[in-house]
Design a protein around this ligand. Structure first.
Ligand code: ZN
Length: 153
């Protein structure tokens, strides 16, 4: 059994400014920010479609090529959350959905923004059609929150 010791501790703050690169995935964020376009990637060997994009296929490790997407897809699974973080705190409850774009094979976890009259689990069922919406260009930062989804009615 160890002896309990008294250590002197000080309260302090650490402010860190940092910069990071998204590397070879930069095209995805730059297209969203500058052109309001969604791109996924497709494996050059097996054809598997990745959205969010990947540079190399997770199945056969071959390189992927960029594919411009239509912006349309469907919900694979979804739910309602009654608290939110980031850019969506002002619109709780929020939706959390896995969305598979029409041209792709993987799903992305994102938000489907709905009017209060549409906001229900019925509109988050598997197979519900959705389409992308981009924030106004002057508000985009090159982040995943620069776009969201709405019902494609
Ligand atoms: Zn592959």
């Amino acid at each position: 059994m160890s002896e309990k010791k008294d250590f002197l501790e000080y309260y302090d703050e650490m402010i860190i400014h940092y910069q990071y690169s998204v590397g070879e995935i930069s095209k995805f964020f730059l297209e969203v920010k500058n052109n309001g376009k969604l791109f996924g990637t497709r494996c050059t060997k097996c054809g598997f479609g990745f959205f969010p994009p990947r540079i190399n296929c997770h199945k056969c490790y071959e390189p992927c090529e960029w594919v411009e997407l239509s912006g349309k897809g469907e919900i694979i699974a979804g739910t309602l959350a009654h608290f939110g973080v980031s850019n969506f705190t002002q619109v709780v409850p929020i939706t959390i959905a896995f969305i598979k774009m029409d041209e792709m094979d993987m799903a992305i976890r994102h938000t489907v923004v709905m009017d209060s009259k549409d906001l229900s689990m019925d509109n988050l069922k598997k197979g519900t059609r959705v389409k992308v919406q981009f924030r106004p260009k002057n508000e985009r930062e090159g982040k995943i929150t620069d776009f969201y989804f709405v019902l494609d009615k």
